[in-house]
Structure formats: C-alpha cells, structure tokens
Design a protein around this ligand. Structure first.
Ligand code: GRF
Length: 198
C-alpha cells in the first residue's frame, strides 16, 4: 500500500472522528513538516462534527458517511484505496468498525481510549461516561490506552498505555482534562512508532 514518490516512502493516514477533533489536530500538527507522513483523509459520521473545520483549515479531503454507506457499501473501502491509506486512526470515532474494514486493514487500525483498558471500556463507554464512571468508583489513577481495533468495542490488542493520578478532589471534568493531555502527548508519537515498524 505504500507508494514510492521521489524515492521517499510516504505513509498515509486516515483519521476517523465523530466530534471536536482535538486529537486529530495534534496528529495533523505533529506530522505537518514530515514529508514521509501525510494525513490524507478525514472521515466522520456527523455532518456537524468540528473535525470538519480542521479538514478545511488544513486542506485535507473529508468524507461524511452514513450508517448505510459505512456498513453496507464499498464507498469507504474505495476511498481508502483511492488515497492509498496505510493506517486508520480512530480519534473519537463512535461507530463500531465493521469486519470488512478490520479484515482489509489487519493491525492497521488504531483506537485511542480515555481509560486504562480493560477497565472502563465497551459499548457506551466514551467521552464523559468514562470519566464519570472512573470518578464514581473512586479510582486513584486513570489514563489512556492505544490499541488495535477488532470487531468489538475497545477490545483489540493493547499497544500502549499511560497513567495519571487522580486526586481526591478531582471532578470528572478534571479527570477528563488530565486524560486528554495524555492523549495529546502520546498519540502522535505512538502513531509515528507504528509507522516506523511497518
Ligand atoms: C478522546 O477522549 C478519545 O480518547 C475518545 O474520544 C475523545 C475524542 O476527543 N475516543 P477529540 O475529538 O480528539 O477532542
């Protein structure tokens, strides 16, 4: 899937995101001066997703998909092939990835989850739901998990985890802030490491 252009191998990333896209922006920014890595397409399932503003800001092609297209057509596969995508990064993408995509991109789809899996993962465990559950349980640490994606929510092999302490007075919002800082710190670097290994 890698293309040889002027003797340089370019790795092409597709970012799938459903929301504001702060992780997407960190990835775009991290690789913007790297001539061998390109964020080639941003896919979202929401036409009002803030991540679409980023696509426009950075002149990255974007695709808004529907459930029918995503689960029952070859539109996504065709687009990923069109842009020679090497790696798919789920950065706050809320839909389950269908088998046809998992099978077409073995060990080439990553997700970032805002907790230390296997705790606080699975269906419905996204965004503030995660941080509220961690807070309710009185955990004294939480963190991030970057993992490969399979057909189940938050279940694929773990690639990387980083933890942060939770103070007694931390609210769910404080926990979210700490976790997001870890995501921003590590996600682009882990992507870079994975691309180097491939
Ligand atoms: C992040 O917390 C990520 O772990 C989760 O969704 C959130 C996305 O945030 N999967 P953003 O859209 O990147 O700001």
């Amino acid at each position: 899937m890698k293309k040889l252009i002027d003797n340089a191998t370019i790795s092409r990333i597709a970012i799938f995101a459903s929301g504001r896209g702060s992780n997407a922006e960190k990835i775009i920014d991290y690789f913007k001066d790297n001539s061998s890595v390109e964020v080639s397409i941003i896919l979202t399932n929401r036409k009002d997703a803030k991540v679409l503003d980023l696509a426009q800001k950075y002149s990255i092609p974007s695709l808004i998909t529907t459930k029918r297209e995503f689960y029952h057509s070859d539109i996504i596969t065709k687009n990923l092939a069109k842009y020679n995508i090497d790696l798919i990064v789920l950065a706050g993408f809320l839909w389950l990835i269908p088998s046809y995509l998992v099978n077409s991109y073995p060990k080439k789809i990553l997700n970032i989850h805002p907790a230390l899996l296997p705790k606080y993962g699975g269906k419905g465990m996204y965004g503030m739901n995660v941080h509220k559950a961690v807070h309710k349980d009185g955990e004294n640490e939480t963190g991030i998990t970057i993992h490969y994606v399979n057909e189940r929510y938050d279940d694929g092999a773990i690639i990387f985890q980083a933890a942060c302490a939770i103070d007694k007075q931390d609210s769910p919002e404080d926990i979210a802030t700490k976790v997001l800082a870890l995501e921003h710190q590590y996600l682009p670097k882990i992507i870079e490491q994975i691309l180097r290994k491939n």
